[in-house]
Design a binder for this molecule. Sequence first.
Ligand code: FES
Length: 439
Amino acid sequence: MDSLWLTTAKLPSFPALSSDLKTDVLVIGGGLCGLLCAHALTEAGVSCALIEADRIMRGVSARTTAKITSQHRLIYDRLIRSRGVEAAQLYREANEAALGRYRRLCGEIDCGFEEKDAYIFDRTGTAALEREWTAMARAGLHATFDDALPLPFPVAGALRLPHQAQFHPLRFAAAISEGLNIFEQTAALAWDGRAVVTNRGRIAADKVIVATHFPLFNKHGAYFLKLYQHRSYVLALRGAPDVDGMYLDAQETGLSFRNSGEFLLLGGGSHRTGKSGGGYDALRADAKAYYPDAEIAFRWATQDCMTLDGLPYIGQYARSTPDLYVATGFGKWGMTLSMAAATILRDLVLGRSNPCALLFSPSRSMMKPQLLVNGFEAAVSLLTPTRPRCPHMGCALKWNLQEHTWDCACHGSRFTREGKLISGPAAGDLPSVPPQKSK
Ligand code: FES
């Protein structure tokens, strides 16, 4: 079953690269972030091309809940404690600017853009919300406290941030991709410092932006140490109420709610890729308990790249690669942070200063507790003597009983039952797979 977004939008198609090319900037990756980077650069008058290995907007960007907001769970309290008030203010600024740019662009596009209030709720207590409320105020965001929400269970409290937004991401992407220099079915294979070698020819580019969900090139930047992936799940329910807002549980494994047309989008079941967790089974049980008369019209799962400190990596790919840039690790906030990334990368490519660039620099310190967790996961997985092995870096793959896929806990690559690559960072299929039962 495809996502609601893929079923209700018509995306344009683009030719594959047919000969070698020269461009000022090459963007690799045709998800929302890549398209927004190419759009911002083209608008600034830069000669820019974008290549996509498959077709545009067929990856995680098509499997989102499509919320545009500066309220990202409990991030402001965490940011102030780890990096200070100024960092929280810059984070707010980057996200508010992204929301403003969406507002302007969506004013001319039929993409279901609607202003909605965003809520973070907690069912267990109010202490964390109160800390976040204070932190949001220090960062410059004016939330209000609520304790009565139109959700199917009571909450201890909620923070409401007014005038955020939701939209149809594929209709938006279809409109902004018009007029861009895009090549589909064109996969980047290597970068030699002057050009990107693809399966269809060579593209010489002064600057290259890697916007491929998980960064493509292993040789630089140590992204295999700095990123891991999380899966989460969405059900589109027909016959459930309109909750008139966008709601998210403050707890990592909690539920999210928003409407889209006649559907209520219920999200949750989140877990690290390759590890067990709620998945569709838990989400279906929640839907049945809270909305027994509703019918599941669509369901989809997505996968997010998570960083060591909860902030995305946006900027120079590595200290040693001044002309190679990256945008990745948006956590669960890819719509808003993709727009922030496009603005920052446009400015860096043009040599302009951007006040938020340092906050998101991929070269910031890696000394975070999550680095130890990632190292432990990798060590356990590498030492587990089972087959099949992940072609990315050799970790043991786990059979995912709910989705019938082979999943890698190290960096999140996934494969079909037959061993065909679903999503990277692995770049190819499995040579062979043992037979598996469905349940
Ligand atoms: Fe890196 Fe599997 S995704 S080893």
